[in-house]
Design a protein around this ligand. Structure first.
Ligand code: PMV
Length: 303
């Protein structure tokens, strides 16, 4: 049996969410799948995801090995002689929630293998332990969506509040530039002096509210405008790059309603929403810039 963890995008509110503001986020219709199979020759817990060229044993000195151990420890299962064989439909390290998707899929696969119920709270605790190792301070939005799917507003204090929306097509452009979530979170902390009432963080939080209302009303022009402004603020906080700015601008001049970086920034991915008849033109502009984007459909129900 295969276990799944979904990738995610943050439509609005990244970084501000770390300071308690709301973020509008959605699971992607793709992520990481894992099956646990007995390791033929015995030996330690290991993981093999050819799509990411990842082959690691729990005893290795590797971040994914430490994450595997953190999950196994949280589940109290020692080191089973199991190989976790996986596939991934999202790139790693691109701000699309790959590490949370991996942690959730691994946790679910280990629970399945142990014939234990994949209780949401248990999965969340184990995946959070892994995310803590990977990213340090994190809001928990990636794990919440990797587990629950759907679309919703996430707050650190109250978790994910899912809601129904019309399915929304979002263009996703993984820039290919590596980045570190922890470094970007630190940059914003430095920039804002961690003052929760910082005007830029407050505006980002307000844009989440405006954008959520627009999404619920299927007002793509309003949602796009909120995304454009959010990108501007995030750039001012120092988490955009010339490449991300250029990809967003290319989407806008090609007819997108809005475009922004998604996730921590400093590299990673951009997202855009565009009229249906402009989508391919945006994707081909990105392609000219060396980025292979895709269209993800988000929302459409509550899990
Ligand atoms: O780029 P990602 O997927 O790691 O997203 C990070 C989102 C932040 O708001 C910057 C941090 C967080 O934990 O919410």
């Amino acid at each position: 049996m295969t276990a799944v963890g979904l990738g995610k995008i943050i439509l609005l509110g990244e970084h501000a969410v770390v300071y308690g503001y709301p973020a509008l986020a959605a699971a992607l219709d793709r992520g990481v799948t894992i099956a646990a199979v007995p390791t033929p020759a015995g030996g330690s817990l290991r993981i093999d995801i050819p799509a990411w060229s990842l082959k690691v044993s729990a005893t290795d000195d590797h971040p994914v090995a430490r994450s595997l151990c953190a999950i196994a420890d949280e589940l109290g299962i020692g080191r089973p002689t199991v190989t976790l064989v996986g596939d991934a439909q999202i790139p790693p390290g691109a701000g699309l929630g790959s590490s949370a998707a991996l942690a959730v899929a691994v946790t679910r696969a280990l629970l399945l293998h142990d014939r234990r119920k994949a209780d949401r709270a248990v999965v969340a605790r184990a995946a959070d332990a892994s995310e803590m190792l990977m990213h340090g301070r994190s809001s928990g939005v990636d794990v919440a969506l990797a587990i629950a799917g759907g679309v919703g507003v996430f707050r650190k204090a109250t978790g994910l509040r899912s809601f129904k929306s019309q399915p929304l097509r979002v263009l996703v452009g993984p820039s290919g530039a590596p980045r570190s979530t922890a470094a970007m979170v630190d940059r914003v902390a430095h920039e804002t002096h961690e003052v929760v009432d910082d005007a830029r963080l407050r505006e980002l939080g307000g844009l989440t509210d405006t954008g959520t209302t627009a999404l619920l009303a299927s007002d793509l022009v309003g949602l796009g405008a909120a995304m454009n402004r959010a990108h501007q603020i995030l750039a001012g906080l120092g988490v955009s790059t010339e490449q991300l700015d250029a990809l967003c601008e290319a989407a806008r001049v090609t007819g997108a309603h809005g475009a922004k970086l998604t996730g921590a920034g400093g590299g990673g991915a951009v997202i855009a929403i565009a009229p249906r008849d402009r989508e391919q033109a945006v994707l081909s502009e990105w392609k000219k810039a060396g980025v292979t984007g895709f269209v993800a459909t988000i929302g459409g129900g509550v899990s």
